[in-house]
Design a protein around this ligand. Structure first.
Ligand SMILES: Cc1cc2nc3c(=O)[nH]c(=O)nc-3n(C[C@H](O)[C@H](O)[C@H](O)COP(=O)(O)OP(=O)(O)OC[C@H]3O[C@@H](n4cnc5c(N)ncnc54)[C@H](O)[C@@H]3O)c2cc1C
Length: 632
């Protein structure tokens, strides 16, 4: 049994870094700041931390201009100002520089203290070694092939996606006898139990095969704390599902499934016991930010959830199918230790070479960005901690004035062109010139809240003792927990022995089952901004203790650092056949109306494609730069 939380030493952290016992691993420098500011090593509440959003919220609430005076003119003049230093904004700066030449003057603004947007790096020094994790974007991995544009950008940055097989130590955990598991929590399933599970039970894209899983599945289900009828139905859905829409052709079946939630499919079409619902509830979380109540059965089929093998669906997309679920070729896969933060660092190196030492896509992984040099005088400047509050044309319409707040001061720069690579929902508040129709189209792009929590353990012997490397936790605070992927790049080597420190990645998707999708995201956002770091910390310690206590895990001893990457404005909203009728009928898409350029201002960001992937962020940057160049 797990030790009660009260027996753990609480308040062991200062900003996410363990203070007790860990003198051997962490010096006070790590805790109280380093000689030069280096945000990747900051722990505690990260992602969008306090201080990054207050100005934008005041703008949204109509409070900002009631107290702001006129902006101070910096006197700075640019060829291009980009708002947003995510992959899209950085790519826009890169495309513009390529077209306009190396002397083009470009300013990139971002409200965070780090660049990359969701492509965020977490870095830790522990036991004399560097551990690198991802705080947001996990990988080059898109459900559709990368466009020629996005592929060319990766190639120009020196990223060779064909190397992935040689970078990952694929058999490391399996070679140590470890596998996937499901953690059943007491509150949802009546008892805390970690049960080793066939990968097909927890990984997207595998469970629907329905064959060859008999023994591991039976062993798993025998241990799973589910009712007898729920076990029987899970087994039936995986191994021997029937055709639940007999008499309909492929198109008719897909038309029904696209309007039916997976939860309703399980209950009403497949006649399952209600006990299967909590077991499957969180399966779409990582892709949709929603549970099975708000994801269509057709999408569930597309992402490999069980129950469809007997329906003999043609492997072609149906109407209204989600972008994540469509069958067909997908992009290559490549994961750097910091996820796609490596792409952001490579872009910044091209734009501001003196700030990012090194030359290759390998050496950037361990190179230390000099943040103090990002905004030095030079053709390209990157200004962090700067929230744009207005972008409008000058009275002659020859230039764009961009006002932003930095350190509580309202400043102004001017540019010939402006690319808004920030979130679509922000743009109506920034641009007084926008038409109401375009403003409404932009506002349709809500964001999907997600949390990526990075936990440093001083060793992973508890995982090893329980023979588990990753777990799906359908009812828990974090619904996925996994040892970091073992990847080697350049001089960076992953931990290989259970006695070594390691990063554990945990993901949480705050949503409110039962509400329409967009309302679930709104409720999740509210929850995120009001959940304190202490609450996250307590939940991490509690969950890991309950999962791993039997393997000897001791939160006070084993957790050495904790970074909560909170993204209230996470994934771009992708259209969903249950809630967006135009997505089924093929009607006009809000994102197309939303991204229209006006004057010298163009709109980038993944939101502009309603597609939450890095390739979309790059493609939209390319289009937006083409638009401003055409008007220059
Ligand atoms: C947790 C997580 C995991 C993901 N995993 C993957 C993955 O594995 N593969 C993949 O392809 N995609 C993934 N994505 C999606 C991918 O990260 C995004 O599609 C892509 O990085 C978006 O880039 P962007 O530049 O369009 O937007 P963002 O990264 O959101 O960048 C926009 C920037 O603009 C800033 N901004 C907003 N308003 C203002 C303002 N007023 N002033 C100044 N700055 C402002 C924002 O703070 C932000 O920094 C993931 C996303 C998240 C959140």
């Amino acid at each position: 049994m797990r030790p009660p939380l009260s027996s753990l030493t609480r308040r062991d952290f200062l900003n996410g870094v363990a203070l007790s016992v860990g003198g051997a691993f962490l010096s006070p420098r790590d805790v109280f700041g380093e000689p030069s500011f280096y945000p990747p090593t900051l722990t505690g509440m990260r992602g969008s931390p306090d201080g990054s959003f207050e100005v934008a919220h005041a703008l949204r609430d109509g409070l900002f201009w009631t107290t702001a005076g006129p902006p101070a003119d910096t006197g700075e003049r640019y060829d291009l100002v980009v708002v947003g230093a995510g992959i899209s904004g950085l790519a826009a700066a890169w495309y513009f520089r390529k077209a306009a030449g190396p002397s083009a003057r470009i300013l990139v603004l971002d409200n965070h203290d780090d660049f990359g947007g969701h492509a965020r790096r977490n870095e830790f020094q522990i036991g004399g070694r560097t551990l690198i994790g991802y705080g947001g974007t996990f990988a080059i991995d898109s459900p559709a092939p990368y466009s020629a544009t996005a592929s060319a950008l990766l190639a120009e940055l020196g990223v060779d996606v064909s190397r992935w097989g040689r970078m990952v130590e694929r058999g490391l955990y399996a070679g140590l006898g470890m596998s996937s598991a499901v953690f059943f929590d007491r509150e949802t399933f009546g008892v805390d139990r970690l049960v080793r599970a066939p990968a097909a039970i927890i990984e997207q894209g595998a469970a629907g095969s329905g064959t060859g899983q008999a023994d591991p599945l039976a062993v798993f289900l025998a241990d799973a704390p589910l009712s007898e009828s729920a076990r029987r139905d899970v087994a039936r859905l995986v191994k021997a599902p029937a055709d639940y829409l007999p008499g309909l052709d492929d198109g008719q079946k897909k038309a029904r499934l696209t309007r039916t939630s997976y939860a309703d499919f399980l209950m009403k079409m497949a006649g399952s016991d209600s006990g299967v619902l909590p077991f499957f509830q969180a399966r779409p979380h990582s892709l949709y930010g929603l549970g099975i109540d708000a994801v269509s059965a057709l999408d569930a089929w597309g992402i490999g959830l069980p129950g469809f093998a007997g329906m003999r669906l043609e492997p072609t997309a149906g109407p209204g199918m989600g972008l994540d679920a469509r069958p067909g070729r997908r992009s290559p896969f490549l994961h750097f230790p910091d996820g796609n933060a490596t792409i952001a660092r490579l872009l910044v190196r091209r734009l501001i070479p003196h700030a990012v030492p090194g030359r290759t896509a390998d050496d950037v992984v361990l190179s230390r960005v000099d943040y103090a040099r990002l905004d030095e005088r030079g053709p390209v400047r990157l200004r962090l901690n700067s929230t744009a509050v207005r972008a409008r044309h000058t009275s002659q319409s020859t230039e764009v004035e961009v006002d932003y707040v930095r350190s509580g001061r309202l400043e102004q720069v001017r540019a010939r062109s402006c690319v808004l690579a920030c979130w679509s929902g922000v743009i109506p508040y920034l641009c007084p010139e926008l038409s109401r129709t375009q403003g409404e189209a932009l506002a349709y792009a809500t964001k999907v809240p997600v949390v990526q929590t990075t936990v440093v353990l001083r060793r992973w012997t508890s995982f090893h003792a329980l023979r588990v490397s990753q777990a799906h936790c359908p009812g828990s605070f974090h619904t996925s927990v996994g040892l970091d992927l073992p990847v080697r790049v350049g001089r960076y080597q992953p931990p290989r022995r259970p006695e070594e420190p390691i990063i554990v990645q945990m993901a949480r998707t705050p949503c409110r089952p039962g509400l329409p999708a967009r309302e679930q995201h709104r409720a999740g956002r509210m929850e995120l901004v009001t959940t304190t770091f202490d609450t996250f910390e307590q939940n991490v310690r509690d969950q890991l203790t309950r999962m791993l206590g039997a393997g000897g895990f001791d939160a006070a001893r084993d957790i050495r650092a904790l970074t909560v990457n909170r993204w209230p404005h996470g994934y771009a909203y992708q259209y969903n056949s249950l809630w967006d009728p135009f997505w089924i009928s093929g009607g006009p898409l809000p994102c197309v109306a939303a991204r229209q350029p006006f004057g010298h201002i163009a709109i980038a960001n993944a939101d502009a494609a309603a597609y939450a992937y890095t390739d979309a962020a790059i493609d939209q940057a390319y289009r937006a730069v083409g638009e401003v160049l055409a008007r220059a």
